[in-house]
Design a protein around this ligand. Structure first.
Ligand code: ADP
Length: 713
């Protein structure tokens, strides 16, 4: 017992240590993941900021380059007046505007984020300036609407020249081979003539009419002068327009150039600022990353603190629980220790009580067999009765302790249930007769019917219930009814025990099976309440061990009936005949070796053997017994177990080791007060053939003598 306590405390400690390690590991993993995530998200943010800072500079660069391109397109346009160049110029301006829009969006985003740059305001002002420049350039561009250019050329007025017409007649025969000249075809066209089809064989003459200005006509000069005046006027207008136009153009080109230049300068300044800001930002981010990697971030520190605190709390609770568990375990161990001590005490006490009780019962039995006067007989009766009650109490206490420790097990061997019932009832007839009660049995199956099970426990159940029935019945009868049902190799023994006694109040009925319970006011007919209050507790446990249940029906003043059914394996009928034979045989004269250190017990055995006329020799311990064995021939050894010098078990082992085969095979019977099943099994393993439990009666000895002498010889 002492070895299990530190062992289980160690296990307990290891269990908690394992849980603590698991908790710490888990928390460490969570903490690592948390820190990693924190750092990686901030790093990601920093990288994003850095890359976006680069992008802004790229946008400014792009805007400056596009502005250069715009200026070039504009110059081309002013040189060529081709719409294509003006369109390119417009597109370039649109691109610059788009870049500025992106920059503005970025600027707003930074403002929203609180920004990391100190010169956010300066930057904003600069940007606004650039933006304004761009807007005025776009407005300026609007005035370069090429579609609005006025056409200075007006419809040419008609001039009045007099015509000269000459008509020729041509012979086709001479001309047919010649193709018509271009001039001729034009002349045809002006004259609105249909082209003639060249048909072979045409013999018609062709008339050719020629129109020309007649320079000799008097209006010719006048018309020419008019033309001259017209073109002169036109030239003047164009010249004047050109002068006007160049002036405006120059102004616009200059203004456009100016704007472009300013814009470029602004953008360059913005870029310079942006570069400086980016450098500053990079520095700040680098410092931030450094701080972050050094783990000095406040939020992270707070998180770490919180998790650490929680871990400490969990570990503290675990420690607290561990201490509590340890205390509970210790308390449990102490309780178990005391429970074991109690059981050991009960077992040893019952054993100690059994030995003197053996003398009381045994000697009073022997005394009863002598000639006594009626008064002496009465005294003897009283002694016997009290000894019987005492024995049943001791037995019940011992059984209860075995039940509590789970040491209570059922035996399995073949027996006749009818014989078991009859034997028990027979032993109780005297009790019933004393109270003038009718104790009857109605057993509805033959004696030869055998089952396999625990006959001793069946007798114990019957003994208790019938004993109670007699105890709590003043007049009338106690009837035992039994039947056996055999089906599919299984036998069910059904028994009911009915009395006409005082009955049990319904309110007490559910409690009669509780340990140490006695119904208040219920008195046996002796006027005293004899018993330990354990009888029915043990009875119910035994019935339950069989896998069955115990029923009770009771009517106060009318009587009580107990019912139960026990399942058994059906056994062959032959064994009972063998046993019958054994019991019918008379013990033959034999030579017995009696070994017991207790003088009274030894004397009792000697008296019984004397009465049976069986010769014997006695020894006070194992050593004396072995000496007697070496010098004498015996038929059987009857030995106590607990003895000084050499105990019964060692004696049995020594006998089994003797060289003489007859002596080493001698039947050995243990006479013991120990009823613990495990101990009895140890006896058998040591070479003991059977046992008689104290307190024993003459009949028990006779029965064993018969069995062993028949079996062995
Ligand atoms: P005890 O050893 O004191 O008899 P039991 O456990 O055998 O204890 O019985 C418990 C109680 O049940 C008894 O004290 C008694 O009051 C009641 N009892 C048991 N059997 C009967 C019966 N046949 N008639 C009336 N009362 C009974």
């Amino acid at each position: 017992m002492g070895s299990t306590s530190p062992m289980s405390s160690r296990n307990h400690f290891l269990r908690y240590l394992l849980i603590a390690i698991l908790v710490i590991t888990l928390v460490s993993i969570v903490l690592t993941v948390y820190l990693r995530q924190q750092r990686s998200s901030r790093l990601e943010n920093a990288v994003q900021q850095l890359s976006s800072a680069g992008a802004q500079i790229e946008w400014i660069d792009h805007a400056v380059i596009t502005l250069y391109a715009a200026q070039n397109h504009f110059r081309y346009f002013t040189l060529t007046y081709q719409n294509e160049h003006f369109n390119n110029y417009s597109k370039a301006l649109q691109l610059v505007a788009a870049d500025l829009d992106s920059l503005e969006a970025r600027r707003r985003h930074e403002q929203k984020m609180g920004g990391m740059l100190k010169d956010m305001e300066t930057k904003s002002a600069m940007f606004m300036h650039v933006k304004q420049g761009m807007d005025s350039l776009l407005i300026h561009k609007g005035s370069w609407d090429t579609a609005a250019q006025h056409n200075v050329f007006q419809a040419i007025p008609s001039f009045n020249f007099s015509q000269r017409v000459v008509t020729d007649t041509i012979d086709p025969g001479k001309k047919a081979a010649k193709s018509k000249k271009l001039f001729g075809r034009l002349a045809d066209a002006i004259a609105d003539k249909k082209p003639k089809q060249d048909t072979a064989g045409s013999s018609k003459k062709i008339v050719k009419t020629t129109y020309s200005i007649d320079s000799r006509s008097p209006g010719y000069r006048r018309e020419m002068e008019r033309i001259h005046a017209y073109y002169n006027d036109l030239y003047k207008k164009i010249s004047q327009g050109q002068v006007n136009l160049n002036k405006r153009e120059l102004e616009m080109v200059a203004s456009s150039d100016r704007l472009l230049k300013t814009l470029r300068e602004d953008l360059t300044a913005l870029k310079a600022q942006e570069v400086a800001a980016t450098a500053e930002k990079k520095q700040a981010i680098a410092a931030d990353i450094g701080q972050m990697l050094a783990g000095k971030d406040k939020a992270t520190l707070r998180g770490v603190w919180l998790i650490s605190l929680l871990t400490i709390l969990i570990l503290f609770l675990l420690w607290f629980d561990y201490r509590k568990g340890l205390q509970l375990q210790k308390a449990k161990q102490t309780a178990e220790k005391y429970s074991r001590l109690k059981s050991d005490f009960v077992a040893s006490m019952s054993h100690e009580i059994r030995t003197p009780l053996n003398s009381v019962i045994g000697f009073s039995e022997q005394m009863a067999k002598t000639n006594m006067n009626p008064e002496q007989e009465e005294i003897m009766d009283a002694i016997n009765l009290s000894a019987g009650v005492l024995l049943s109490i001791v037995n019940n206490v011992l059984d209860f302790s075995a039940l509590e420790q789970g040491k209570f097990a059922l035996d399995t061997f073949a027996f006749s249930p009818r014989k078991a019932i009859e034997d028990t009832v027979k032993g109780m007839h005297i009790q019933a007769a004393r109270k003038k009660l009718q104790l009857t049995t109605d057993i509805r199956f033959p004696r030869e019917t055998m089952v396999e099970g625990d006959a001793f426990r069946l007798k114990q159940v019957l003994f208790n219930i019938i004993g109670n029935a007699i105890k709590f019945t003043d007049e009338g009868s106690v009837t035992v009814l039994a039947d056996l049902f055999v089906q599919n190799g299984k036998s069910t023994l059904s028994i009911s025990i009915a009395d006409t006694g005082i009955g049990i109040d319904p309110k007490h009925l559910p409690h009669i099976f509780d340990e140490f319970t006695q119904v208040p006011g219920a008195r046996g007919t002796s006027g005293r309440h004899e018993g330990s209050g354990l009888g029915l507790t043990i009875v119910r446990k035994i019935v339950e061990l069989h896998g069955s249940g115990l029923q009770v029906e009771s009517y106060p003043g009318k009587g009580t009936t107990f019912r139960f059914s026990l399942p058994y394996k059906t056994a062959s009928n032959t064994i009972i005949i063998q046993q019958q034979d054994i019991h019918e045989q008379k013990p033959r004269l034999a030579h017995i070796l009696v070994v017991d250190d207790n003088n009274l017990n030894r004397r009792l055995l000697e008296m019984i053997l004397d009465r049976l006329n069986i010769p014997f020799l006695s020894a006070g311990n194992g050593i004396e017994a072995l000496e007697l064995l070496s010098e004498n021939e015996f038929d059987m050894v009857m030995t106590d177990i607990q003895m000084p010098e050499m105990d019964g078990l060692t004696l049995a082992k020594r006998i089994r080791g003797l060289s003489d085969p007859q002596k080493s095979a001698l039947p050995i019977l243990a006479i013991t007060g120990n009823v613990v099943k495990e101990d009895l099994e140890t006896y058998m393993a040591a070479g003991i053939d059977g046992y008689v439990l104290k307190p024993f009666k003459e009949a028990d000895i006779v029965e064993k003598l018969r069995i062993f002498r028949t079996v062995e010889k």
